[in-house]
Design a protein around this ligand. Structure first.
Ligand code: KG4
Ligand code: ZN
Length: 362
């Protein structure tokens, strides 16, 4: 990819789920610079319901997004006239929540006569690692592990993706959230389990690693399944609660966290090696998990693989990654999306190019 000789600056919006986020990102001399970054989490609003309530999410985005845009512009000492493009997540996510960012982004772009770029949320997660001081250079394998996805994606070059592995049921983050609920912990489950697990023994319980059978025999080597693990945890919790002795909350949390990390590490390393690659990237909310980061680094090192992980602040949803993805699209000649582009709850990452056609795909 050839980077533009002149600096380009985008204003990026992210509202696909329960974080309202705004960032201003600049590309200059082939490097990405984060000029302003605002994330307003709605976690407290949703925690009392045990998960994200779509209507509440949309209403909160609507209330806070204009405030965050003002804050980002004033923190960066910039006026909107100095912005070259506006970007917003348009898929996948909660329809009402996505609409808030998308309509705001398209309105700003139309008002100021600058391009609008609709961004695929997963492409944003993939771009989050490019904000590292030393970013990876394609080709590489990516483990994208979040609340909605557990995917192994080969990035041949920027904007060229091939999904090689996926979860057949729950995403890893979803499993963290559901198991946390089972253990009586608050939403989101990942950080809550991580906290408790510090005091537990990860070898206390033997838990299943969820392999996915092929109809013709054998297993899909790069695919995941977390529903059996969730059921195994439910059975353990039930039998331990009805038995004598103290409930081993910390040990359960540590064993669960450990087996999820083992599965993610084993399949990611195998996929990277078998695809003849020597670089592995890890992004998404669950990639913030310390045990997973340590285990992945250790195994990558043992196998001669260079590992790049998104900074913790950019693992969970944010707009800095959306702005970075937009700058890559701008640099690769995909200059804008149609102002008719709407939002979609689902869209394959492999078809993200279609978001930049003059005819909007949705
Ligand atoms: O990427 P993200 O913010 O949103 C999606 O696009 O899904 O990921 C959120 C998910 C939640 O399921 C949350 O429990 C999980 O990431 N998560 C973690 C940690 N921090 C967030 N899981 C394990 N350990 C963590 N430290
Ligand atoms: Zn996300």
């Amino acid at each position: 990819m050839r980077y533009p000789p002149k600096a380009q600056t985008v204003l990026a919006l992210e509202t696909s789920c329960d974080e309202s986020a705004v960032a201003i990102v600049r590309i200059q001399g082939g490097r990405f610079h984060l000029i302003a970054n605002r994330v307003a989490s709605q976690i407290e609003e949703h925690a009392k319901w045990g998960g994200v309530v779509p209507e509440i999410a949309s209403r909160k985005h609507l209330e806070i997004l204009p405030v965050l845009i003002e804050e980002a512009l004033s923190a960066s000492n910039q006026s909107i006239s100095e912005i070259n493009a506006v970007a917003a997540t348009v898929t996948p996510g909660l329809t009402g929540a996505l609409l808030v960012g998308s309509v705001t982004g398209r309105t700003l772009a139309a008002l100021h006569d600058i391009p609008f770029l609709g961004i695929h949320h997963l492409e944003g997660h993939l771009a989050s690692v490019l904000l590292n001081e030393i970013p990876p250079v394609p080709p590489y394998m990516v483990l994208l592990v979040s609340g909605g996805h557990t995917d192994l994606i080969k990035v041949e070059k920027h904007c060229e993706f091939q999904r090689l592995g996926r979860s057949h049921d729950d995403a890893a983050g979803e499993a963290f959230d559901k198991v946390a609920r089972l253990l009586g912990l608050p939403y989101p489950g990942g950080p809550a389990i991580e906290d408790l697990a510090k005091a537990g023994n990860p070898q206390s319980f033997v838990l299943p690693k969820g392999r996915v059978s092929r109809p013709e025999g054998g297993f899909y080597p790069y695919d995941f399944s977390f529903s059996g693990l969730k059921t195994a945890m439910l059975r353990k919790v039930q039998s331990l609660k009805s038995g004598p002795g103290e409930f081993p909350l910390e040990n359960l949390a540590a064993s669960f966290e450990n087996v999820v990390a083992e599965v993610l590490v084993e399949r990611s390393i195998r996929c990277t090696l078998e695809q003849g690659l020597n670089t592995l990237v890890m992004v998404g909310g669950v990639a913030a998990n310390k045990r997973l980061r340590e285990m992945m680094s250790e195994e990558a090192f043992k196998n001669g693989i260079s590992i790049y992980m998104a900074k913790k602040a950019f693992c969970t949803d944010n707009a800095a990654m959306i702005g970075t993805a937009a700058l890559i699209r701008l640099s690769s000649g995909m200059c804008s999306s149609s102002l008719q582009l709407g939002v979609s709850p689902r869209w394959p990452l492999e078809q993200a190019d279609l978001l930049y056609q003059s005819e909007a795909p949705f």
